[in-house]
Design a binder for this molecule. Structure first.
Ligand code: NAP
Length: 258
């Protein structure tokens, strides 16, 4: 299936590794020119080199997307994207009793306010050009909260509520806004969560990963390629009637009917 987005331009945030990289890869394969960001330049350069095999333009912007300077640099490199993929690292796990106001503000800044500001910066241009696809990488924790990830549960649910309203106002202009909710995907982030819990539970990270794999109806973790392909479809020309949705990719682990 030709997704009809060859020659479009995407800003993919936090994309040197993991789920963001999966999205960048799938979009590049569909012929989309990319601006990708991350804090670490080395991994970003390595990813850009890998993506160059798709014969699209790949520009890198090294910076922290959760800061004003990081967002400014990303938008300077890509002021008028057709596609925006919002992503950043998730907040740390922990016990809410230990979190002061500053910890909450940092989580809200990273996982709620940053994507909202980036959407604000690009959405009117998309509306004027009559094409726009915005995908926010959130978390399965929006549907089924994970107790030790309280900062993530809170900040991402705030973003989800905001997007639910925005998405209904832009779709008449062929600008859609959707969220992708990852369950367990085999990335550095998932591995670091296992390490955090392993220390608490007196087990190894490998043991916890195996238990979690077996508990998933798919008996495995997702791959970044599967995630990226779902993102590319939401960014396709064909997906113009899909907006305000929260698509869970979790191998069936959420147990509800809806
Ligand atoms: P990952 O494998 O650790 O990759 C994170 C990527 O984002 C890296 O390229 C990293 O590069 C970049 N990054 C992190 N913080 C950044 C920042 N402030 N500014 C710019 N770039 C930044 O993580 P992942 O598993 O792909 O997770 C992506 C998001 O999905 C996270 O918010 C995570 O919490 C969420 N999530 C993941 C899972 C899962 O199972 N993997 C499940 C639910 C939710 P640098 O470190 O060099 O900046």
């Amino acid at each position: 299936m030709d997704l009809g987005i060859r020659g479009k331009t995407a800003l993919v945030c936090a994309a040197s590794k993991g789920l963001g990289k999966g999205c960048a890869q799938s979009l590049a394969r569909e012929g989309v020119n990319l601006v990708i960001t991350a804090r670490g330049r080395e991994a970003l350069e390595a990813t850009a080199k890998e993506l160059s095999r798709y014969k699209v333009s790949v520009e890198i912007v090294a910076g922290d997307i959760t800061t004003p300077q990081g967002r400014e640099a990303a938008l300077k490199a890509c002021p008028a994207p057709d596609i925006l993929v919002n992503n950043a690292g998730g907040p740390p796990p922990g016990d809410f009793r230990a979190w002061e106001r500053d910890t909450w503000v940092a989580a809200l800044e990273a996982n709620m306010i940053t994507p909202i500001l980036l959407m604000r910066a690009v959405v009117d241009g998309m509306i004027a050009r009559k094409f726009g696809r915005i995908v926010n990488i959130t978390s399965g924790a929006v549907k089924a909260p994970i107790p030790e990830l309280g900062l993530s549960n809170g900040a991402r649910t705030g973003l989800t509520g905001f997007v639910a309203g925005l998405a209904r106002t832009t779709v008449q202009h062929n600008v859609t806004v959707n969220n992708l909710l990852p369950g367990p995907f085999d990335t550095d982030r998932l591995r670091s969560n296992f390490e955090f819990n392993a220390k608490k539970l007196g087990k190894t990270a490998a043991e916890l990963a195996q238990t979690r794999r077996e508990a998933n109806p798919a008996r495995r973790f997702g791959t970044i390629e599967e995630f990226g392909d779902a993102c590319a479809f939401l960014c396709s020309a064909q997906a113009g009637y899909i907006t305000g949705q929260n698509l869970l990719l979790d191998g069936g682990s959420y147990p509800g009917t809806f």
